[in-house]
Design a protein around this ligand. Structure first.
Ligand code: GFB
Length: 311
């Protein structure tokens, strides 16, 4: 890869895409192209094909997706499967038609079976039923993986698919209905502290275990794999650092400085009991996570306090 290669980052304003843009710029890749949703609707195939024909990028990073936490996934099931399938098929196919050399497609650890052996290895894909709260999203992401694999096999493309574990960091979505657990609990704990409340409500039982990866670590993995010619079809990207939701809530109370009680709401779903990735394959290639959970939560809270505070 040359530093003046043209790289299209789809989804550059989101948690993942914005971190990838920062990582690319830091590593000297300055010929970047991106479009806002208003400028280019990725669910419009004609518009996507026209954009690729006009721009002719050398490399593509597909970080655009309809994403959300457990509630959004469960509630907007139709939107999650349709929009993700449309975005993936349009961008991946347009990249192939335009002769793009390398593409990185981002998925999620929810592609693995709900009751997968832990830690989950790449070979576990499609070996059992999925978790129901995010099945539509997972099916769309699995389709994206298979599309890349099939194009690589049939057309000789170098399309890589990375499966990150649960992500967090700056530029996240802090909306309580649609966000993932870290931004949701960070905001709830912060608001409880400001209000002088005695307790904060955490969804579910607190027992599920989650592995968290700071988005800047993922961005390094994306830049690390972009442009590699060897067969890297499916790669897990995790930190190996796993906590229960109860432990996460306690850690967030310490970060925010809230000394009230944690109250669990069992009427809300727990989702997958555990999803720890085996990231041995990408680690063997030379990438590893650098940002610990405690450090990452502090950094994210500093960003939240500066840019996302609503109260
Ligand atoms: O991050 P999260 O929404 O998604 O929730 P998943 C993780 C866990 O946190 C669940 C609990 O057990 C939730 O019940 N939780 C506790 C909360 N309090 C809250 C809260 O206030 N908000 C939220 N959102 N959760 C997603 C998938 O699953 O993971 C996506 O739905 C994607 O498809 C993503 O794969 C990485 O980890 O359960």
């Amino acid at each position: 890869m040359n530093s003046d290669d043209k790289i299209y980052v789809a989804g550059h304003r989101g948690l993942v895409g914005s971190a990838i843009v920062r990582a690319l710029l830091t590593q000297g890749f300055t010929h970047l192209v991106y479009r806002t949703h208003a400028e280019l609707d990725l669910t419009n195939q004609q518009a996507v094909r026209q954009f690729f024909a006009d721009q002719k990028p050398d490399h593509v990073i597909l970080a655009a997706a309809r994403v959300g936490g457990i509630h959004a996934n469960n509630h907007y099931r139709g939107d999650f499967i349709y929009q993700n399938l449309a975005i993936e098929t349009h961008v991946i196919d347009a990249a192939y038609r335009q002769g793009v050399k390398h593409l990185v497609f981002l998925g999620s650890s929810c592609i693995y079976p709900r009751d997968c052996p832990q830690p989950m290895r790449e070979e576990h894909l499609l070996t059992g039923p999925l978790e129901s709260t995010n099945e539509p999203y997972a099916i769309a992401k699995i389709a994206g993986i298979k599309l890349c694999e099939a194009y690589n096999a049939q057309h000789g493309t170098h399309f890589v698919t990375l499966m990150p574990t649960n992500l967090y960091g700056s530029h996240d979505n802090f909306d309580l209905e649609t966000s993932h657990v870290i931004p949701a609990l960070m905001r709830k704990v912060h608001e409880a502290k400001i209000a002088g409340a005695g307790e904060v409500v955490v969804w579910g039982s607190g027992a599920p275990r989650r592995e968290f990866l700071h988005v800047d670590d993922l961005a390094e993995a994306v830049v690390f794999t972009l442009g590699k010619e060897e067969s890297l079809e499916l790669l897990n990207v995790g930190s190996g650092q796993e906590v229960t939701i109860a432990e996460l809530a306690e850690a967030l109370c310490r970060v925010v400085g809230f000394s009230g009680r944690i109250k669990f709401d069992p009427s809300k779903p727990d989702g997958t009991p555990r999803k720890l990735l085996d990231s041995g394959r990408i680690r063997k290639l030379g990438w590893h996570a650098k940002i610990g959970l405690k450090e990452g939560l502090h950094e994210t809270y500093r960003w939240f306090s500066k840019y996302a505070i609503t109260t």
